[in-house]
Design a protein around this ligand. Structure first.
Ligand code: EPU
Length: 456
């Protein structure tokens, strides 16, 4: 029985939407209908950290029900920030009682999230100390934090590493600094912004990331009283101020989730209206979507994405920092590209190891070759990086159902699309991880006509 087709099933689906860990799909049906995307995970979580910098409460709207938001809420509450849900998707954060949290408590709330790193600047300003749990362990992952620590040291923070993690302290008020990032890292740019706004004097950040979520964070900081100038060539100049007040802000929409549903429409030969999708932040994605043959119609409220009927075309994609093609978009697009007529190449230049999810697609019948050293190419626009990889996808290949396990957030969403695209049954395990960044995933799939049941 498919529980989502019965009243009782609907109840169980909405009662435990994010805790379902193994799901059996019956694929081969197009996804058709409407979904809504709310605030971007990669802005909302940072905006919540920014609330710590203020001396009065902040209100954030468009907050999705995802696990990363719960993680940051837990960390704020561990530091005695009062978080109140004013309405669905609207939270108030009052930092006036902020105090240090116990190391173990931070560790327990942080889980595998990297967000605790971004608490450093605000906590150093408010309390003179901060902790980063479990550095180097798998819970923070292999992604390094050297840019973050170098920047914090430049502001005058002292960094002490121990077996437990990292303790940072600020013996005196942090001072503005010149920071030149070796790579336009999103997190390190946010680290500098969240620290420089209340440091004494001027900070000049060069080679900064300029993702739309960073621009939205800058808008929030400006509302709070910060002075931040975004100059050409990835330079950001911040004049530190003595104090900041709370903000009232609606978060920018989640373009990564929008792109995921767009790819799902293409892969399943479907038709999905993504309410809340916003053209400006998706232009690079939309160009690729059109080149592949996908159709989209833009209106004031969202974007309708659909398969053209007939065949779709192969494409060459190079992931890059904004305004390039985001690394978080390649995983769902690769599922669609397994259905394109011919050979596609995806060069992953942002992370050194982001094709693990393709193993499951190959198991389902896709023809995907991963080149662990990347592929030299004369037509490249994005400069070659030492650790990049490439995937060559040759299609079209029918996908057939299989037992697969979700490896990570974006790879996980692509597994779900693959299971919906494939003919026959698929069992997808470790699905819970996807709730880190996708709100109401199962309800949305249900609304789009996917056939699935939760496994015990
Ligand atoms: N890097 C370093 N040292 C550092 C920081 C980064 O070498 O100290 C390297 C990374 O290893 C990577 C590159 O710089 O090769 C880019 O990493 P970046 O710092 O930009 O990534 P991030 O801030 O950790 C955010 C998003 C990611 C998204 C990337 C790229 C959040 C919470 N995460 O990560 O989103 O892929 O920017 O846009 O904002 C996701 O949503 O699933 C996700 C992983």
């Amino acid at each position: 029985m498919n529980p989502v087709e019965t009243a009782a099933g609907k109840a169980s689906l909405s009662a435990h939407p994010e805790s379902a860990d193994t799901i059996k799909f019956e694929g081969g049906k197009p996804l058709v209908g409407e979904v809504e995307v709310r605030g971007a995970k990669n802005l909302v979580t940072k905006a919540m950290v920014a609330a710590l910098l203020a001396d009065s409460p902040s209100v954030l709207r468009g907050v999705p029900h995802i696990r990363d938001v719960a993680v940051v809420r837990g960390l704020l509450e561990a530091h005695a920030v009062t978080v109140t849900e004013l309405a669905d998707g609207e939270i108030q954060m009052d930092p006036r009682g902020v105090e240090s949290a116990h190391f173990a408590e931070i560790d327990a709330h942080a889980g595998s999230s990297r967000i605790p790193i971004l608490f450093c600047g605000p906590l150093l300003h408010q309390l003179g100390e901060a902790y980063i749990p479990d550095l180097g362990g798998c819970r923070i992952g292999d992604r390094p934090i050297n840019f973050h620590l170098d920047a914090l040291r430049a502001f005058g923070a002292e960094v002490d590493k121990s077996n437990e993690g990292i303790r940072l302290s600020a013996p005196a008020r942090l001072v503005g600094a010149r920071v030149d990032l070796p790579y336009p890292s999103v997190g390190a740019t946010e680290q500098v912004l969240l620290t420089a706004v209340r440091a004494k004097g001027v900070t000049e950040l060069t080679n900064a990331a300029i993702e739309p979520e960073i621009m939205d964070l800058i808008a929030i900081l400006q509302k709070m009283g910060a002075i931040i100038v975004v100059e050409p060539n990835r330079t950001i100049v911040i004049e530190g101020v003595d104090s900041l007040s709370g903000y009232d802000h609606r978060a920018i929409a989640d373009r990564n989730e929008a792109a995921s549903w767009a790819a799902a429409a293409l892969a399943t030969r479907g038709d999905i209206y993504v309410r809340g999708a916003h053209q400006q932040e998706l232009m690079t994605f939309l160009n690729v979507y059109r080149k592949v043959g996908g159709v989209f119609d833009i209106d004031d409220e969202g974007i309708r994405f659909r398969h053209p009927g007939g065949a779709i075309k192969p494409v060459v994609i190079e992931t890059d920092v904004h305004p390039g093609f985001m690394t978080d978009w390649q995983q769902p697009m690769i599922v669609a590209l397994t259905q394109a007529e011919g050979r596609s190449i995806v060069h992953e230049t942002v992370y050194e190891n982001r094709f693990g999810f393709t193993d499951a697609l190959v198991k389902m019948g896709a023809d995907i070759q991963v080149y662990k050293e990347g592929i030299a190419s004369i037509t490249r626009r994005v400069p070659r990086r030492p650790l990049e990889q490439a995937a060559v996808i040759t299609g079209p290949t029918p996908l057939t159902g299989a037992n697969i396990r979700v490896p990570d957030l974006r790879g996980g969403f692509s597994h779900i699309i693959a299971a919906v695209t494939a003919s026959g049954p698929s069992t997808v395990s470790n699905v819970g991880i996807i709730s880190r960044g996708y709100e109401h995933l199962l309800q949305k799939l249900d609304g789009l006509g996917a056939t699935f049941e939760l496994q015990e």
